[in-house]
Ligand binder design. Structure first.
Ligand SMILES: [Zn+2]
Ligand SMILES: [Zn+2]
Length: 193
């Protein structure tokens, strides 16, 4: 099909402006191959591809967009959850983050170590920066509770010889347990299932 002079002029203009074949094709309703042919004829090299839009929001601002403060100071996640695990997540600049790891970062100014959990009474869903703890901070917090309750473990290793670095963990009620034994038992259950 013969292109009109107006179309040909517009192609030349868009090529001079650095438009891609796809952009020219979309605006003028022609094939990308036609745009490419005119590009070659007029001696233009390939256009640089447009940068994908990057959100102007910071990680923290993006996180905030998916949250809602509710009664009791808890924060509800309105963003998406992973289909398999239900983990609350969002994407910022093409990277996936978990809602709780960013909540932890917001309050502490450093990345979380280990798993991040909410230590409030809305453990299932709360992402409040004030309520989340990573493994070291959670262990400290629960240990303090155990000391107050008198349930703190005086042992330096568990009955199977795992040392203090992993064995002295506490559950929500301040009861001591060995993290290594716990993990091994979970693996054994999984293998038996
Ligand atoms: Zn909470
Ligand atoms: Zn153990």
């Amino acid at each position: 099909m013969q292109l009109t002079d107006t179309t040909r002029a517009r192609i030349a203009e868009m090529l001079a402006e650095g438009a891609t074949n796809a952009a020219i094709a979309a605006e003028l309703g022609i094939g990308k191959d036609t745009a490419a042919r005119h590009r070659a004829r007029l001696g233009y090299g390939p256009a640089s591809q447009p940068r994908r839009d990057r959100s102007p929001l910071t990680l923290e601002q993006k996180w905030e967009q998916y949250t809602r403060t509710v009664e009791g100071g808890h924060v509800e996640w309105t963003g998406r959850r992973r289909a398999d695990t239900g983990t609350m997540v969002f994407t910022h600049h093409q990277r996936e983050h978990t809602a709780r790891s960013v909540a932890f970062l917001i309050r502490n100014g450093r990345p979380a170590r280990g798993q991040v959990t909410a230590e409030c009474d809305a453990a299932e869903w709360c992402v409040s920066p004030a309520h989340v703890e990573d493994t070291p901070s959670r262990t400290k917090l629960r240990e303090a509770l155990a000391i107050v309750q008198g349930t703190a473990s005086p042992l330096t290793e568990c009955t199977r010889g795992h040392d203090v670095a992993t064995h002295r963990r506490y559950d929500r009620q301040g009861r001591p347990y060995c993290a290594t034994c716990h993990a091994e038992a979970a693996l054994a259950r999984k293998a038996a299932a």
